[in-house]
Design a protein around this ligand. Structure first.
Ligand code: BES
Ligand code: MN
Ligand code: ZN
Length: 502
């Protein structure tokens, strides 16, 4: 789908669908909506008068145009309560526009820069959010649709969305925002592709390959094979990988612009399939475990966008790609494994493998001596119990960082909620025979104890951990810009956070 901003009047472009907007409670449409209303002989205001349209966010009203204007059809979309209006509402509007376009089988859609007028958003922010909403909702994953789907399917796709903005200054800023939004949405869609791809085709080697594809434009990559990981002393991650026929790979992406002021490391959990290992998962819990590399996918997505974001930060992306499988060679409950920094870990459940691999990844990250480490991981089922499928848990050693992450998350529409790194619960991960054990107290604070397990490995480096077990994947499509499957959660949040830090 192509999106472009044109300095033209919406009524001057022929299209299948023209989308204008209306805030809740507005009875006399103004601006672009007013102009369309006039051209249609007052059809819009008439329907409002008859109480058929309240303007709730996402509510729509369709008008045939009977050749009165160049557009074949007009849709008025509600922007909701003006007091609660923000960039995320614009993102949703972008999502609704694509949904309406698909249902109406429209190929060419014309619309306005929603939010930049009486919405009160600056045009750059509005355009970025709109572009994100459009490109995120147009995402499809039908690599695997075969012959049964060919007759008339896959579903209709909107080919082009033209956004009109006549004012000079808004147009310039709008173009910048549109570009940025498209870049970030495409980066998110890359992460979605990686997560949606079945583990059979997204093993450690495939994930490393996806990282290698990003080399250039200032991005470099180092890949460590099993021997390389052995040399580095990553024997905890190697223990997790041992049960699989697919060998592990360590990946270190780097982006080092000249004059960078700070060094940031982002780490992603990269378990390409989590069967649970010898503590094998019951069938229902295993079905979606291809998503267990969503943290690494977010890191890769970030690196796709990084060269185009113009940040004066040195950014490193780390993941240790492994597959957690049961076999005659698998690591066992009761084994004690050693992380890169010498910390010993008693394995009490092979299904708590994420933290074991992250131990080594975080040691490696800490050795880079960064100003901050952030990790993203589909780490605990307990997180889904605590916060549900739409919210990620944030645990951090820095309250300043917490504020920045919460702000960024609000702006990008990727919800997070902070949980405490409650020190007394350190007991939950203390082992009788080793430094740490890889499970917490049964049925208690599983997300917190997992984070407390990770904490020693970052040393004194300011650190934030995002447990994305809930929002990494959705079967509910709770947002219009979030189709079934992988969400790409974290890509835009990371980019936004880095922007705040730089
Ligand atoms: N990858 C899972 C966590 C998960 C669960 C992610 C559901 C997404 C959706 C993780 O490796 C895991 O199995 N965690 C265990 C830990 C337990 C054994 C201490 C869990 O949460 O049950
Ligand atoms: Mn597991
Ligand atoms: Zn896992």
């Amino acid at each position: 789908m192509k999106t472009e901003l044109l300095q033209k009047d919406i009524l001057d472009i022929a299209c299948d669908l023209l989308v204008v907007n209306l805030f809740q409670g507005v009875t006399k449409p103004g601006g672009a909506t007013g102009a369309v209303d006039k051209a249609l002989g007052g059809a819009i205001s008439q329907l409002i008068e008859q109480d058929h349209f309240e303007g709730k966010l996402g509510q729509t009203m369709v008008f045939p145009t009977f050749g009165k204007i160049k557009a074949k059809r007009v849709v008025v979309i509600g922007l909701g309560d003006k007091k609660r209006f923000d960039a995320d509402a614009v993102r949703k509007v972008g999502g609704y526009i694509v949904k309406i376009g698909v249902n109406a089988k429209a190929e060419k859609v014309v619309t306005t820069l929603h939010g930049a007028g009486i919405g009160g958003l600056d045009p750059r922010t509005a355009a970025q959010a709109l572009a994100e909403g459009l490109h995120l909702s147009a995402y499809r994953f039908h690599v695997y649709h075969g012959t049964l789907r060919k007759k008339g399917e896959p579903p209709h796709e909107v080919k082009s969305v033209i956004i009109c903005e006549t004012e000079n200054k808004n147009f310039k800023l709008g173009q910048e925002g549109l570009m940025r939004g498209a870049i970030l949405a495409e980066a998110t869609n890359l992460a979605r592709d990686l997560v949606n791809t079945p583990s059979e085709h997204m093993g450690p080697a495939d994930l490393a390959e996806a990282a290698k594809k990003l080399v250039g434009k200032g991005v470099t990559v180092k890949v460590f094979d099993k021997q390389g990981m052995e040399k580095l002393g990553m024997t905890a991650a190697l223990a997790v990988a041992r049960g699989s026929l697919n060998p592990p790979l360590g990946v270190h992406l780097a982006y080092k612009p000249k004059g960078a002021k700070k060094k940031i490391v982002v780490v992603g959990k990269a378990v390409t399939f989590d069967s649970g290992g010898l503590n094998i998962k019951p069938g229902d819990s295993m079905t979606t475990m291809k998503i267990d590399m969503a943290g690494a996918a977010a890191v890769i997505g970030l690196f796709k966008a990084l060269p185009q974001l113009d940040l004066d930060l040195e950014v490193h992306g780390i993941f240790l790609a492994v597959e957690n499988m049961p076999s005659g060679n698998a690591y066992r409950p009761g084994d004690v494994v050693k992380a890169m920094d010498g910390t010993t870990i008693e394995i009490l459940n092979t299904d708590a493998e994420g933290r074991v691999t992250l131990a080594d990844a975080l040691c490696y990250a800490r050795n880079l001596e960064p100003d901050m480490i952030m990790d993203l991981a589909t780490l605990t089922g307990a997180c889904v119990v605590a916060l549900g499928e739409e919210i990620a848990a944030l645990l951090t050693t820095s309250s300043k960082l917490a504020q920045k992450i919460v702000d960024a998350s609000r702006e990008t529409g990727e919800p997070v909620w902070e949980l405490p790194l409650f020190e007394p619960y350190n007991d939950h991960v203390k082992s009788k025979i080793a430094d740490l054990k890889n499970v917490g107290a049964r049925g208690q604070a599983g997300t917190i104890s997992a984070a407390l397990f990770l904490k020693p490995f970052v040393g004194n480096t300011p650190w934030a951990h995002l447990d994305i077990a809930g929002p990494a994947y959705t079967e509910k499509e709770s947002r219009p810009d979030q189709p079934y499957g992988a969400s790409g959660f974290g890509v835009r949040l990371l980019a936004r956070l880095l922007q705040k830090i730089s």
